[in-house]
Structures are given as C-alpha cells and as structure tokens.
Design a protein around this ligand. Sequence first.
Ligand code: FAD
Length: 452
Amino acid sequence: MYSDRALVIGAGFAGLLAARVLSESYGDVVLVERDEIAAETEHRAGIPQAHHPHTLLARGAEVLEALFPLFGAELAAAGAVRTDLGSDVLTRLPAGWAPRDPAGLAVPSVTRVTIERIIRRRVLKLPNVSLVDGVTIDGLLHDRGTVTGVHGRRGGRSFTDYADLVVDASGRTTKLVSWLAELGVHCPAPMIVNSHLSCTSRLYHVNRDLKLDWKLAREATHAPSTRRGGSVSSVDDELWFVTLFGAGGDVPPTDEDGFLAHAASLECQDIAEIIKTATPASEIHRADNLRSRWNRYHRVPNWPRGLLALGDAVVSLNPLYGHGMTLAALNCADLRDLLKDHDLAKEPLVFQRAVARTAQLPWTSATTADLGWSQKKLPRGTRFRQWYTRRLVEAIPGNPQVHRAFLRVSQMLDHPNTLYRPAVLWRITGRIMRRTPGRVLLSGRRPRATER
Ligand SMILES: Cc1cc2nc3c(=O)[nH]c(=O)nc-3n(C[C@H](O)[C@H](O)[C@H](O)COP(=O)(O)OP(=O)(O)OC[C@H]3O[C@@H](n4cnc5c(N)ncnc54)[C@H](O)[C@@H]3O)c2cc1C
C-alpha cells in the first residue's frame, strides 16, 4: 500500500473500473457520484448514452475478464447475446455486403445498463470501496501544487472530502480544465474532430416467430458520401436495439414516421422491417454533437501531484466506432500495471503519458474517418489513410480474409499495420488493378450465413 485514501469523481464505466484497480493499492477507495444510485439502478441522468447501443469490443471484453474473472459468464447469464462478427452479422457496405463466414470472433451484445450494473455490483462488493452518491463535485482542494481533495454540493449543503489521490472519471462533461485553471494550471486547447454525427435509438420486442438468420444488421456512414446509417441488434435476451445515424448534419428524426422513413432510406432494409413489425419497448432517444475530443493532459508540465484523469474525461471518441468503454478499460489496465512500480500520486504524468499512448491508435482511426467530412485540406498522411481505408472497405465484399483482418483491427485486437500485410495488400491492389466495382457485382445479393 502506498497510502490510505483514493477518491474517484464519477461512478460511471471508467470510475468503477478505476475503483476496482485502486482497491489493490489503497486502503480506502471512495467513489463520489452526482446521481443517486444503488447497485441495481438502471437508467440515470448522468449516463444519457445508456439509451443507445453500447458495443463492447473484443479487446475491452478481454480486459474486463482480467479485472472481473467470469465477467463474460455473468453477462451471458444476464442475457447478453453472443454474436459472431462474421456469421451472425449482416453488414451493408458502400460496395456491397460483407461476407458471412464465421469470423471466430464473438462479442457479447448487451445494453449499457446491464454492463454497468454488473460491474457496479462487483465493485461495490469490494470491502475497501464505498460510494458517496448525490454529490456534485465543483472543484479541487490543493496545497502547494498537490491536489488534496475535492469540494462540491450535496443537496443544498457544501461537501468537502480529502484524499491522497483524486481521479477524475467524470466523463464527457468533465470540468477538469476549469478546475485546473483555478489552481493556476493551464492546459493546451483540446483537439476536436467533429463529424456532426447524431443518433436516435429505440428498444423493441421482436416477434418470436420471425426467423432471422442474423443477430445484428448494420450499415455504417462513410465519409464523404454516405451520410445515413443504422443498426439493429439482439441485446439482453428479449430486446432488440435499433439505432439510426446521421453524419454531416443529417439528423435522424425522433418522431415515429420520421424514424421509420430514415431507416427505410438505407440499403439495409432489414432495419426498417424490424421497426415495422416489432413492438416498441422504449421512447425514441436522440444524442447529438458526438464529436471526438482529446484533452492533452500529458503535455501539462506543472500537472499537480495527487491527481489523475482517465476515460472520457481525457479522450471521448465518436461512438460510431465503439471505442469508448474499451479505451477506458485499457486506461485501467495501464493504471494497474503502473501502480506496481510507481507511486502515481507523486508521478501522475507517468500515468497521463500512458493514457495518451493508448489513445493514439483509436484516436487516429476514428478521426481519420471523420476528417473525411471536413472541407479543409488535410495532411498527406491522413489523405493516404483515408484513401487506403476506402479501398479496403471496397474490397471486403467477396473477400473473407480482408474482412477478418479488418474486424480484428476494428475490435482493437490487432495493430492497424496488419492491414498493410501482403495477404491483405495484394487483394486490395489486385482489385484496384481489375477496377471491379463491387457495387455492380454484389449489391443485389444479400448473403446468408455460411456453414459453421
Ligand atoms: C450515444 C453514445 C453511444 C455510445 N456507444 C458506445 C459503444 O457502442 N461502445 C463503447 O465502448 N462506448 C460507447 N460510447 C462511449 C461510452 O459511453 C463512454 O466511453 C464511457 O461511458 C466512458 O466512461 P466514463 O466513466 O469516462 O464516463 P461516463 O460513463 O459517462 O461516467 C461519468 C460519470 O461521472 C458522473 N459525473 C459527471 N460529473 C460529475 C460531477 N461534477 N460530480 C460527480 N459526478 C459526476 C456522471 O454522473 C457519470 O456517472 C457511447 C457514447 C455515446 C454518447
């Protein structure tokens, strides 16, 4: 044990995982949360994104299993639907349908509410972790360059608490930059990339007699031409999540008719068919302004001792690519590793640099795609990556090997460099040289799952 007390601001996804990790090094770990929550709470104001599907990437599932043994089994018992990303998924791409060969890569399809509830239950059972809820943190307490605690409000009363280490896990709406400014610590302007993405989502009960040979049907937006997208996925046993995307300012509507019309305008008609035949199980919810933002705390030379930041509070990404929870989990894996050799309360920048290193790949992949909506002249490296990714996506229909390589990188299991290996490269270049337009070849045929 380095010292006694750690305090985590925010009991969301990253905060809960951070508390789990800190419980190994600190005698007393306190989660301070604005919402009033009990272990079994479902929807709450602080997590509006829980009204939208949350894909847990294969890499994130691995990290969660290491932190919470038998986590996957617990998710399955709660109704998570095991989905093979090849054979169980119907993916519509601009150039046609992705192959349906088994990818050997299965992820649990589950709501955000269920994931968080299972993690919260496990974390709050730890003997040295406690939750103080209904408290809004408004700033940091400090003493000569060291953060010593937090201050805030609980109901109409003021709240203060002290700790050897304070961790900001307050998510996308973090106020940390202004709290640091009050301490005389100034951060570089955040990097922001905005594809002006919005999404609307609704849960449904699907008629059990409907014989579907897939568990997830989807069509993504693709800059600069495909502004609309959507997906429908089987989640939590009996429920199906429909979500519709609009990029570049094409906002999917929240009224019944508009919702269906947006889905019907997609090539993947399966989404509209589900909406027409299924029974709604929730309201239609919209999320706007889903930009990517990176607070570069690792570049702040006078970053105070006693303070760390992780999760969306540092890097929040366009959720279209499903990186957010996995990145937060990877932050906590780094935290666990670094705590073995470092007193991070004294060396916080060691951690913030690790957060930055881990964020680099998902940031580059999400923003490279999103910069395709930008009218600005982009650096040559970004333009090359955009060009190559477009060629890669065009090559996926009819190319199971390219599809598998793409899936493994999208699931953060393999480094993006694997997409430049000869086996992938020659399939892409071969296709370019033959100048085969995939749309003409493949767009009409909707694939069935191949034998498992
Ligand atoms: C529409 C949408 C869809 C998404 N889909 C996916 C997906 O498919 N896959 C994926 O991996 N990720 C997805 N994400 C991202 C994912 O939700 C986040 O990456 C993840 O929740 C980050 O966890 P966090 O703990 O950093 O923040 P959060 O989970 O948002 O938690 C922040 C917590 O801090 C609390 N809080 C905030 N301010 C204060 C304060 N001042 N005092 C006390 N408490 C405070 C909040 O109440 C909340 O409990 C999506 C996001 C959105 C918006």
